[in-house]
Structure formats: C-alpha cells, structure tokens
Design a protein around this ligand. Structure first.
Ligand code: ADP
Length: 263
C-alpha cells in the first residue's frame, strides 16, 4: 500500500511539473511574439522619419555650403545610412524568423551568375587595394538554389571579408562540389584577418561585434552573420567559422543538386 501511495504521489508531482513547464513555455512564446511585434513596429515606425531625414540632407546639399557645414552633413548622412541598414537588417531577420519568405529554388548557371555576384566586390576590393581571388571548381556548371537567399549569404560574407581585411591583403571565394551523393556544394570565404578564439562562438549572435576589429572604422550592426545563419538554415545547410594563423574562413555547405560539365 505504501509503495502504491508513493507511486501515486510521484505521478502527481510529475504531472504538476509538466503542467508548470507547459505554462512557462506558453508564457515564453507569448513574450517572444510580443518582442517580435515590438521590434517590427519600431522598425517600421523608424523607416519613414529616416527617409525624410535623408531627403532633407540631400536638399541641404544643394545649397552653397562651407566646408565645415558639408562635413557635418556628411556625418549626418553616414549615421542615417547606418540606422537604415540596422532597421532593414532587423526587419529582414524578423521576416526570416517568422518564415515569411520561403525559399524559391531555381536552376543557376554558374558562368552567368558568378560574375554578377562578384561585380560589386571587384570594384570595392580594387578601391581598397585588397586582392580578390576566386577559385571555382572547373567541372561545376550549375546547381539549384534560392538565388536571392544565396546571393545575400555570399554578399554578407564577402562584405565582411572586405570590411575586416586590411589594405594589400587577400580575400578568397572558393566554390566546390563537396559530395555528389548528398549533392552538397561548399562555399568558402577566407580573408586575412583573425577573430580571437574566445569570440568565435558569439559571432553568429544578434548584435554581437568583436571589439576593435574594424581596420576601416566603418562600423556595423552586428546583425550580418545572424542573418546569414538564418538564411543558411532556411536552405537546410550548415555554416561554420574557423579562425587561426591570421586567416578567417566561413564555410557554408548547401544541398544544391550540382550539375557537372560534360567531359
Ligand atoms: P558586423 O559586421 O555588422 O559587426 P556581423 O554579424 O557581420 O556584424 O559580424 C560580427 C563580428 O564578427 C564582426 O563585428 C567582426 O568583428 C567579426 N567578423 C565577421 N566577419 C569577419 C571576417 N570575415 N573577418 C574578420 N572578422 C569578422
């Protein structure tokens, strides 16, 4: 009888704990939704005044201005740009987390597509006297992917590589077919800059920035890699970062159904 009582008591305790946990989960979900709604409202509300400020800066720039006035307007313009990027990144991240833009797979012909992706970075690296190297597996002729999502992933990674690599140093984009069986393509962006080992686990966190890592003093939002991670996950891929001996490599592996050139 005693054992039975103990059993009933235990069962009751387990039921109570489960109910409490379910209650907590519901509460957390509610708070998460509230946070998302809040971020979304704030971001939308900030977008309009930001466009108005930009327009006013543009109009003020039409007047004859002293150098000092021009300099102040330049600072205003830069700050506006930074805020706009932050708002757009926040909205994009929120849309991704809400699953609002499902991936749309399409065939991609690598010889047509790759030069377009690289175009903005060719001029940017040239301006900064950085060296941009591209190493794409010659046997690969194309693959299937969500073009918009993949372009954003590569743009964010290449953008960071440009941003954190000093003048005269190298950036490399490598594309190869990892595994025909799982139809995986690997995209690797390597650049000459190192992230301290202690910071590595946090670089994909929202708003996280490694202190004093920006040789061009451009600033950033700390949202780029969080966005990239969500985009990669949406495409059912993986992303990893490795940083040692003065080199940082971001490796993205995506199921892409590669198409090889006929030999
Ligand atoms: P942001 O670039 O806006 O700061 P990210 O989320 O894109 O935000 O990156 C987080 C941090 O990781 C950056 O602040 C930077 O210190 C570091 N980082 C990202 N990419 C690189 C890279 N390619 N080389 C060196 N450091 C990087």
């Amino acid at each position: 009888q005693q054992v039975q009582d103990l059993n009933t008591d235990l069962e009751q305790q387990v039921q109570d704990r489960t109910a409490q946990l379910e209650q907590k989960m519901l509460e957390l979900e509610r708070l998460n939704t509230l946070k998302d709604d809040f971020l979304s409202t704030v971001s939308h509300e900030l977008r309009t005044p930001m466009s108005n400020i930009k327009m006013c800066i543009h109009m003020l720039n039409q007047f004859p201005l002293e150098d000092r006035q021009k300099r102040y307007l330049g600072i205003l313009e830069q700050e506006c740009q930074r805020e706009t990027e932050l708002i757009n990144d926040l909205l994009d991240l929120q849309r991704l987390e809400a699953g609002a833009n499902p991936a749309a797979m399409e065939p991609i012909d690598i010889t047509q597509w790759l030069p377009k992706v690289l175009e903005p970075f060719k001029s940017r690296t040239r301006e900064r006297q950085q060296i941009l190297r591209v190493d794409c597996a010659p046997e690969l002729s194309g693959f299937q992917s969500d073009r918009v999502g993949l372009e954003r992933i590569l743009a964010e990674l290449l953008n960071n590589a440009c941003k954190y690599t000093p003048q005269d140093h190298e950036i490399c984009l490598k594309i190869d077919c990892l595994d025909m069986e799982t139809a995986t393509i690997r995209f690797q962006v390597t650049n000459e800059a190192e992230i301290p080992p202690a910071e590595l686990p946090r670089v994909f966190d929202k708003f996280y920035r490694v202190p004093n890592a920006d040789p061009w003093k451009q600033g950033g939002t700390g949202l780029g890699l969080a966005l990239v991670k969500r985009l990669v996950e949406q495409l059912e891929g993986t992303i990893a970062v490795d940083s040692q001996s003065g080199l940082t490599t971001f490796t993205v592996e995506l199921p892409c159904q590669p198409v090889m050139k006929a030999s």
